[in-house]
Design a protein around this ligand. Structure first.
Ligand code: NIG
Ligand code: FE
Length: 387
């Protein structure tokens, strides 16, 4: 491998601390997939090849720690219903389950490849991808096999909802998730997740399912408190999961429990945007000392988007985050939510996942809401694969 120097960086965001660790007029060298040197442009060492950032901003690649990228079909009519006043509920998931069961592995691979490539073109270099639109062993396996071709951050979400054909045999579905399905998918999954919410799974069911996954070596994370304050966040703290995601409806005591347990709260403003729901106020999370991540939640029902710059704009405008907090949450926060120390920052030793933005200040990225052009370099060994 050869060394590459990125010169003439106007603002380098290293994320050495939560104020973003900005170095003005900087340069960066990477080699063998890792950041090898950062410092002033004037003392940049020579390297085998050179990239001119032309005074632009360089940031760590975004860590999108919550997506449901592998699915078939879309739910345009659900969106229209939302925008004409009907409330979002978990039931629409069944529509995507039918389409996904009917799709071939090749079809799923192609739609996933397109979404991954969109995400990468807007600065994402790490993606978590969940299953959850199969809800039978065969299709959950098909989804996770495809997901694994693109990322190691794969999550088994067999407990997304109880599928419509099992609605009268709920306990046997939960049993299947914990046994046959889990055994079949575990070689392709790193994480286990449950949608613990109104119309999905109860706290007791979620605890049981997560514990079954943990016993098989998967690491827990949780969808909680999206549709109601139904105890997901408290369970997340009890089990010390890596991250509890959504947190739209959350009490002050649950926030302190998350802070004490070191559980990241992943906020998903796309879901509030696309379902016309009230946004959580991120200031409450910061005041309580909770680590916050931002992610797209890319899925056809509640957040059909891949752009982390747009997520940041929404978080700043609608969730009372400062641009600094939002950038940190979309990079370092996502890394914390995936329990990764090698990504989400650009200090020496980090993965060489970086984005060169054609702008002078990082604040103009939320200001221009998805309009700032960028070049994504996913040079790290564990970087996003686009087949
Ligand atoms: O994270 N909340 C649960 N699951 C997805 C939405 C699934 C769907 O509506 O298809 C989410 O928002
Ligand atoms: Fe989700």
């Amino acid at each position: 491998m050869t060394a590459t120097v990125v010169r003439n960086i106007g603002q380098l965001i290293t994320n050495s601390d939560s104020s973003l660790g900005i170095i003005e007029n900087a340069a960066l060298v990477f080699e063998n997939g890792k950041v090898q040197w950062i410092g002033p442009n004037s003392s940049a060492p020579a390297a085998d090849s050179s990239i001119n950032a032309e005074g632009g901003v360089v940031t760590p690649g975004f860590v999108d720690s919550h997506t449901h990228l592998v699915f078939a079909g879309d739910r345009t009519q659900d969106y229209v219903a939302r925008m004409t006043g009907s409330k979002y509920s978990s039931g629409g998931i069944n529509t995507t389950v039918s389409a996904t069961r009917a799709a071939s592995e090749d079809e799923l691979r192609e739609t996933t490849r397109r979404l991954v490539s969109r995400a990468r073109s807007t600065g994402t270099t790490t993606l978590e991808v969940k299953s959850g639109y199969g809800l039978n062993t065969e299709t959950e396996l098909k989804i996770l096999k495809v997901a694994r071709e693109f990322t190691h951050e794969t999550t088994f979400l067999g407990a997304h909802i109880v599928p419509s054909e099992k609605i009268n045999s709920r306990d046997s579905y939960i049993d299947e998730v914990k046994t046959t399905m889990l055994q079949a998918v575990k070689p392709y999954a790193k994480w286990i997740d449950v949608f613990c919410d109104t119309g999905a799974f109860s706290v007791d069911e979620a605890r049981e399912i997560l514990k079954a996954g943990i016993a098989e070596g998967l690491k827990p994370r949780l969808h909680g408190n999206q549709l109601g304050n139904t105890g997901g966040a408290e369970l997340a703290a009890e089990l010390k999961v890596a991250s509890v995601d959504h947190c739209t409806h959350i009490s002050d005591s649950a926030l302190s429990a998350l802070a004490d347990a070191g559980v990241v709260a992943t906020l998903l403003p796309g879901a509030e945007f696309f379902t016309r729901s009230e946004y959580p106020n991120a200031k409450r999370f910061f005041d309580a000392g909770v680590d916050v991540a931002l992610a797209t939640d890319c899925n056809p029902g509640s957040s059909f988007m891949t752009s982390m710059p747009v997520v940041i704009s929404l978080a700043v405008r609608e969730m009372q985050m400062t641009p600094t907090q939002a950038f940190y949450a979309a990079t370092k926060g996502g890394a914390l939510a995936l329990q990764r120390t090698d990504i989400g920052h650009l200090n020496v030793g980090a993965e060489a996942d970086l984005v060169i933005w054609q702008t002078k200040s990082f604040e103009s990225i939320p200001y221009r809401m998805g309009e700032v052009e960028c070049q994504t370099i996913s040079g790290g060994v564990n970087s996003l694969k686009i087949s």
